[in-house]
Write a protein that binds this ligand. Structure first.
Ligand SMILES: [Zn+2]
Length: 189
């Protein structure tokens, strides 16, 4: 896991290998993932300052370097709502979920669909969504001679533009190409 993953809420699409362990458990893994030395994201050369004090960074123990997981495989981060829409309208799944995968043998067909979505405007229309701005309902409740007025929350949805749908399709096409080339699953979580 990369540090960024801790900060992101939402869904990540990527590619991975399905392995069966000796005890029969099936696990997904990223064959290109490895640990690499990187500059510590929390300090400057191992030192942190707090007011006038300078002290050794606790995260990297003052070395200024940390080992982080890195990977060459393409990935795509989206909000949960967009992740669900991608599964429904691009991947064609009837029951979108917070995690799932598509096996290598089904990818050539998906690749054709994505290729059309990238190149034919009309094939992206089902995923467009107009922005909405709805003021919640007002409700009044009476208790004795006191009336309490509650106003529902304002719900704003930024919608989904053609540019956004196009960028999902392009990114997924890269992912599927990479998966086909390396005989991997496309998976999300
Ligand atoms: Zn540090």
């Amino acid at each position: 896991m990369k540090l960024n993953d801790l900060l992101n809420e939402g869904m990540e699409f990527g590619t991975c290998k399905l392995e069966t362990r000796e005890d029969g458990t099936r696990v997904f893994s990223d064959p290109s993932s490895r640990q690499e030395e990187q500059n510590c994201p929390f300090c400057e050369s191992g030192k942190q300052t707090y007011g006038d004090d300078t002290y050794d960074c606790e995260y990297c123990k003052g070395s200024g370097k940390t080992m982080e997981w890195v990977s060459d495989s393409p990935e795509m981060q989206v909000s949960n709502a967009n992740g669900m829409a991608i599964q429904r309208d691009i991947l064609g799944l009837e029951k979108p979920d917070y995690g799932g995968s598509i096996p290598p043998e089904k990818l050539p067909e998906l690749r054709k669909k994505l290729f059309r979505m990238v190149n034919i405007d009309k094939d992206r229309e089902s995923m467009h969504q107009a922005p909405t701005d709805q003021q919640g309902k007002v409700s009044v409740s009476h208790q004795g001679n006191v009336a309490t007025i509650r106003r529902g929350a304002r719900m704003i949805s930024p919608g989904r533009s053609d540019d956004q749908v196009l960028s999902y399709a392009q990114r997924l096409l890269e992912l599927v190409d990479y998966a086909i080339k390396n005989n991997l699953y496309v998976a999300w979580a």
